[in-house]
Design a protein around this ligand. Structure first.
Ligand code: FES
Ligand SMILES: [Fe+2]
Length: 327
């Protein structure tokens, strides 16, 4: 994981108002609930005797531990220790569970994964904030490190092979470019520009173009496929641990401008999306080593440029902290 980043970890709809939810994300056992409607995230371990708070329930706007009933608020502080009685307040300060900073936006829950205070906002794509868009979501868990899943979404070489009968139809095996543009220091954009191989030389990345249909990735884990102004596919890749990732696949459209019709289109879209992703999953889960990196001993091609750029920046972000300490 990259330290000091906002990671998208869950969909808003997963956290109901009256329930507590246990989730493993970023190698951490977490419990989520809503305090006055606002999502709160705590470590899923009671500081009394270690029981999972996610097995408890919401009581008095707190999470009540299932073991001895201590109630914890969203900031992790304890509000009530039943065994010591309502009149006894002295121990409350000693009982505190680790809490995480949370932002909920665009129906996504982000947590701050870091050892410093956030100096940045969570990433977002402005285009999906268009209220005419209708969205449907599907999720899937892959036995793959999230870096591998992200790289797959930036990979244009695989299209005619992995997706030979879907989005890669037409045997366009020759890869022009791909061009990679940095929109800002943590946002890269690229697009597929593949061709039939008639013996011509592929265009170099700088001779290639970013098409209207393009891919944008924002660190650490959200991605957008701009198919057209009216069709968008967004994925966030929630790392569960070093070997598993949950994909939240969202299909947005405003094709007809009629809400109910566009909702139905997105409903079909999410299944089409899922067929394509299943083709990817079959191969990506076999990649070794599990996590990607700059020095994993792979022989890369010019067409891997988006992946190389992704790896370089990821490495930089991972090293920022280290360099700070050294300097
Ligand atoms: S373990 Fe949670 S209250 Fe005892
Ligand atoms: Fe793919």
């Amino acid at each position: 994981m990259i330290l000091n980043q906002w990671y998208a970890i869950a969909s808003s709809k997963e956290v109901k108002n009256d329930k507590v939810l246990g989730l493993k994300r970023l190698n951490l056992e977490l419990v989520l609930y809503r305090e006055n409607g606002k999502v709160k995230v705590l470590e899923d371990k009671c500081c009394h005797r270690g029981a999972a708070l996610s097995k408890g329930k919401k009581v008095n706007n707190c999470i009540q531990c299932p073991f001895h009933g201590i109630e914890f608020a969203g900031d992790g502080s304890s509000k009530y220790i039943p065994a010591e009685g309502k009149a006894f307040q002295k121990s409350l300060n000693r009982f505190k569970v680790k809490s995480y900073q949370v932002v909920e936006q665009d129906g996504i829950i982000f947590i701050w994964y870091g050892d410093e205070e956030p100096t940045i906002q969570p990433p977002h794509f402005e285009v999906i904030r268009n209220s005419n868009l209708k969205m449907k979501e599907k999720t899937d868990v892959w036995n793959a490190h999230y870096s591998r899943v992200i790289e797959n979404q930036l990979d244009t070489i695989h299209l005619p092979f992995v997706h030979h009968n879907t989005i890669g139809r037409g045997n366009k095996t020759l890869v022009n470019g791909p061009k990679v543009t940095w929109i800002d220091e943590n946002t890269l954009q690229t697009s597929a520009n593949n061709d039939l191989d008639n013996g011509q030389q592929p265009l170099k990345p700088e001779e290639s173009i970013i098409k209207d249909t393009n891919l944008t990735f924002k660190y650490p884990n959200i991605w957008l496929n701009h198919v057209s102004d009216k069709i968008l596919i967004m994925i966030f890749f929630a790392p569960i641990d070093d070997s598993n990732t949950k994909l939240y696949l969202r299909f947005y459209n405003s094709i007809t401008g009629i809400g109910i019709v566009d909702s139905i289109i997105s409903w079909f879209g999410k299944f089409a999306n899922n067929i394509v992703q299943k083709q990817d999953k079959r191969v990506v889960i076999t990649q070794k080593p599990k996590a990607s990196g700059l020095k994993v001993g792979e022989k890369l091609l010019v067409g891997d440029k988006p992946i190389i750029e992704y790896r370089k920046r990821r490495e930089e972000l991972k090293n920022i902290k280290k360099n700070d300490i050294e300097s």
